[in-house]
Design a protein around this ligand. Structure first.
Ligand code: MGD
Ligand code: MGD
Ligand code: MO
Length: 898
């Protein structure tokens, strides 16, 4: 709230209004529900008065002024609908209209075109011609794979350019040429190929007319569609969006402004929705007979599953059964999955992809701070004054957060990036540390060393809020920047600079992801980042914190819901007597107190014969788990495998029973995003064939196993979650209809938690841990002289089950490739585009060589999106002791011509 002295008294259309000074006339009108037309205004952008449609008359001022760029001042007398104003608006619209093709009849934008609507509202006369100037002679530029740019329809409002430059921070499009020829396009030669465009489509979403339009394959009119608000099902940012539906098909996706994505989406969220209505979706249960899948009824499938569960349990005991839950599924479904495994199967053998992802975060941060989640919020990113990004390719993997980091830079923040690849953020960073894979601890310890030596640490914070500091002091003595520089392969002075910048911030945040976690010392990497943050007093403050960017749309929720072998929902321990009794009472069965097996140990237990049955909901381990041969052998060793998915995946091929699930667009529920925000998803289209929601399938199985599971809807399940999970205690559907709530939220009057550890860490005092650098399990040698690091690209998601269903995505990223540096390529006689093979101790994968400057010599990078790709090479044996996350970021390989 502004001070009283900031308040001004103004009159708008005769109405007296008191408001704070500093606001624009347009802002004040909007908040007083006074309608002002605009074509170029967007509340997220700096106003620039380009369209002038928002002009108003101010008493005593000769000219009409744009209300978006004119600030209110005391005593102003404003008219928004005087004759002069209305006539001037008509003139503007007539001019625009005269320069616009009058093809509304066939224009895809018709019905939601701002120009069309204003022309109608202001009674603009229809015209039988439009004046052909040079701009109009421009042909449609269709070089982008996802949208067309038809400049004959552009009204030069500039919204697209400003969204691309100010918000998305891509600077990919701009006004080109001058005078009559001015138009929006890609600079250089006007083609997408020559541009830095990432096809986020945020320009398309902002266009008020039909100039930028998706290359939609479906024809529809706005008024024939329904908009259903939901949460994106790709990554953990949790973007809010509308599914635009016609005749039971999703025909477009529109971003929603506000928390957390501020009206932005990435290429997958905006354009890669084709999987929803895809013909390959599973539509009926399948049972394998004599090696061939046969369609079956639900009753046959359920009966078979329950029969096999009973028999295996009788013969081998409950711990010979297990389940993999899904970070793609809702909280309610993950809750039921762990209930199914714990209460129905009688074991804690439940885990999910977090094991391959942030298991080391959950362990590392729980140990040091008491809570293994992102400490701060997405809305705080823009206000950081320092952002240290280590092992996160943010602009490709959490694109909207990546844009926000770049917005913070625009606002003056300093950016530090540590990554073996010169990713986009590295190119734009103040300090880039091209770190050798696996040397994170050495780098972080050296930064701590500099901070201590130069007295940049926050001693009073350390004294009041932490313990164990002395131990760290004693070990980091040895980690001088010069010593670390040798291990890390970076410049010692750059380490010094990075340390000083990080320590200088008042709102210094750390963002990290798989480059930190997926190592055999992943938990130690996380703990050493906690050391660094605590040393500078950066935890428990707004705009700071230590922020693991959680990957899947609902991996945070899957962990919260107890799809982990040691935790009930809300991180309540399975071995805690009191907690165990609480769940036994609620579910009416005896429960195991024995910590269960993990993703990685479940598979090896199958191989050794200890595990007989696995129930996989929404995971594709044949492609996503390390060492494909080992995974396949493990699955083949099982007596019984159930796979519940939306597609017949590489993993489903090995199943005895395949159950068809419905996608996020066909069901209700909640996802929890990376900032702990529980958000709604909503049913938008009908289920394909006989497919059922995961929660429906699990409820039925639970009932057949004799466990009470009479849920009428997902919100009934949420009621049970509320009752048993203190951090979710107050998160009710009616409270998160519009904006999600961030846990912890213990009661229905609690408004949620923006940032964790305020005043006090969740565990009491923050725990410093002395960490030594340790070499990865596989280091280069004579036979395997190169380090392979694996990860992702912007265009595909994981095992591609969803993203590959959009053709344009495959046109950009259709085949497996290997990034290799020019020097490494030359030493192997490889040139860009060569078909090569990559060989590790486990197997061989083929790929196309991409010779790029952005990767260190002696290191190569491959995504794991393609089957028979990266995970043929990785090792399932190189595990972090504390969290059993596999070392997916380091594999010793050699590269050869095919
Ligand atoms: N487009 C897209 N987005 C996604 C996903 C996807 O499949 N596609 N998946 C989602 C999921 S589940 C996750 S977990 C996240 C993952 O998000 P990220 O962790 O950002 O993605 P990765 O590509 O696995 O790895 C990040 C970076 O770690 C670097 N790196 C490798 N080794 C080291 C090291 O030793 N030290 C340091 N400092 N860096 C290293 C790599 O060069 C890479 O740039 O992405 C989520 N978002
Ligand atoms: N080499 C290497 N390997 C890696 C990684 C790496 O960096 N390098 N990263 C690891 C990481 S961080 C992760 S998170 C894992 C991801 O590993 P997975 O989770 O196995 O990968 P996804 O392809 O996301 O699998 C999700 C499955 O759920 C299905 N699905 C989608 N929606 C629904 C639904 O509503 N219901 C059901 N039942 N199914 C649904 C999809 O079709 C897909 O088959 O991969 C890991 N593997
Ligand atoms: Mo992940």
């Amino acid at each position: 709230m502004s001070d009283y002295k900031d308040l001004v008294n103004i009159t708008i259309d005769g109405q007296k209004i008191q408001t704070s000074g500093g606001l624009s006339i347009l802002d004040v009108c909007r908040s007083n529900e006074i309608d002002i037309p605009t074509l170029c205004y967007d509340e997220r952008l700096n106003p620039d008065g380009a369209c002038r449609l928002c002009i108003v008359e101010i008493k005593g001022v000769e000219n009409l002024l744009p209300s978006c760029t004119t600030k209110v001042s005391d005593g102003m007398d404003i008219k928004t609908r005087s004759e002069a104003v209305l006539n001037a608006r008509k003139d503007i619209l007539e001019l625009l209209w005269a320069n616009h093709p009058n093809d509304c009849l066939v224009c895809e934008k018709s019905g939601e075109c701002d120009l069309e609507n204003y022309c109608y509202q202001y009674d603009i006369e229809p015209q039988s011609y439009y004046s052909f100037d040079d701009k109009k002679s421009l042909e449609i530029n269709d070089s982008n794979k996802f949208y067309n740019n038809n400049q004959s329809k552009c009204i030069l409002c500039g919204k697209c350019v400003r969204v691309c430059n100010e918000l998305q921070k891509s600077d990919a499009i701009n006004f080109i040429e001058r005078g009559n020829k001015v138009h929006v396009g890609y600079p250089l030669d006007g083609t997408y190929e020559s541009s830095v465009c990432v096809s986020c489509g945020n320009c398309v979403s902002a266009c008020p007319v039909g100039a930028l339009m998706p290359k939609s394959r479906e024809k529809f009119r706005n008024w024939e569609t329904l908009k259903v608000r939901t949460t994106c099902s790709y990554c953990g940012v949790g973007c809010q969006m509308d599914l635009v539906v016609k005749d039971n098909r999703v025909v477009r996706v529109d971003p929603i402004s506000g928390t957390p994505n501020d009206g932005l989406l990435c290429v997958k969220g905006k354009f890669a929705y084709n999987f929803i209505n895809h013909e390959d979706r599973l539509k009926t249960p399948l049972i394998k007979k004599d090696g061939v899948f046969k369609e079956a009824t639900w009753d046959e499938a359920y009966s078979l599953i329950v029969d096999r569960i009973d028999r295996i349990k009788d013969e081998f005991g409950s711990d010979s059964l297990g389940g993999l839950s899904s970070a793609k599924c809702t909280n309610e479904e993950n809750y039921l999955m762990q209930k199914f495994v714990r209460a129905g199967l009688g074991t804690n053998n439940i885990d999910h992809c977090a094991r391959l992802c942030h298991a080391s975060t959950v362990t590392g941060l729980a140990n040091t701070l008491g809570s293994g989640a992102m400490t701060n919020s997405i809305s705080e990113v823009k206000d950081n004054d320092v952002a240290f990004i280590i092992g996160s390719n943010t602009t490709e993997t959490h694109p909207v957060i990546g844009s926000m980091i770049l917005q913070a830079k625009e606002n003056g923040a300093k950016i530090i990036v540590a990554d073996p690849r010169e990713i986009e953020l590295a190119k734009k960073a103040d300090i880039y540390l091209p770190i050798q894979p696996g040397s994170n601890v050495a780098l972080i310890n050296a930064m701590c060393h500099v901070i201590l030596c130069e007295n940049l640490h926050d001693l009073s914070y350390i004294r009041e809020r932490t313990e164990g500091f002395e131990e760290v002091v004693s070990i980091i003595k040895d980690y001088t920047p010069e010593t670390a520089a040798l291990v890390c392969g970076v410049d010692a002075d750059d380490i010094r600079k990075a340390a000083r910048i990080y320590a200088s911030g008042n709102k210094a945040a750390i963002y990290y992801a798989m480059g930190i976690t997926q190592h055999s010392n992943g938990t130690n990497n996380v703990k050493s980042l906690a050391n660094l943050a605590m040393m500078c007093g950066n935890i428990g403050i707004e705009g700071g914190g230590i922020n693991p960017l959680r990957g899947q749309n609902n991996v945070q929720g899957a962990c919260d819901m107890g799809a982990l072998p040691n935790n009930f929902p809300g991180y309540q321990k399975v071995f805690d007597d009191e907690i165990n009794r609480k769940f036994e009472a609620a579910w009416g069965v005896e429960l195991s107190k024995e910590v269960g097996l993990t993703v990685t140990t479940l598979l090896s237990s199958a191989l050794s014969g200890r595990l007989k049955m696995l129930y996989i909901m929404g995971e594709n381990p044949v492609v996503s788990d390390p060492d494909t041969k080992h995974v396949i052998k493990s699955l083949e060793s099982l007596d019984f495998l159930v796979v519940q998915d939306i597609f017949l995946t590489e993993t489903a091929e090995y199943a005895d029973v395949v159950l068809p699930a419905v996608s996020f667009a066909e069901k209700d529920g909640t996802f929890t995003n990376t900032e702990r925000r529980v958000q709604r998803i909503r049913k938008a289209v009908k289920r394909p064939g006989d497919a059922k929601a995961d929660w429906e399938i699990l409820s039925e199985l639970l009932s057949r196993l004799g466990i009470d599971a009479d849920y009428g809807s997902p919100s009934d399940i949420m009621d049970e979650i509320n009752m048993l999970t203190p951090i979710y205690g107050g998160i009710k559907y009616h409270r998160i209809d519009e904006v999600g709530i961030q846990w912890p939220c213990p009661t229905t009057t609690h408004t949620g938690t923006k940032y964790l550890h305020k005043d006090r860490m969740s565990r009491g005092k923050g725990l410093f841990t002395a960490i030594y650098h340790r070499s990865p399990v596989e280091t280069p040698d004579k036979d395997y002289p190169i380090i392979l690091t694996t990860g992702r690209s912007l265009y595909h998601f994981h095992t591609r089950t969803m993203s590959k269903m959009t053709d344009a995505i495959n046109e950009i990223a259709g085949e497996n490739y290997l990034e290799i540096s020019p020097a490494t390529a030359e030493s192997l006689d490889i040139v860009d585009g060569d078909l090569i093979k990559v060989i590790s101790r486990r197997g061989t994968a083929k790929a196309i060589a991409r010779v790029v400057d952005e990767i260190k010599n002696g290191v190569v990078f491959m995504t794991f999106h393609y089957s028979n790709g990266a995970n043929v090479l990785t090792s399932s044996a190189a595990l972090d002791e504390e969290s059993s996350i596999p070392e997916l970021k380091i594999t010793a390989v050699r590269v050869e011509h095919v």
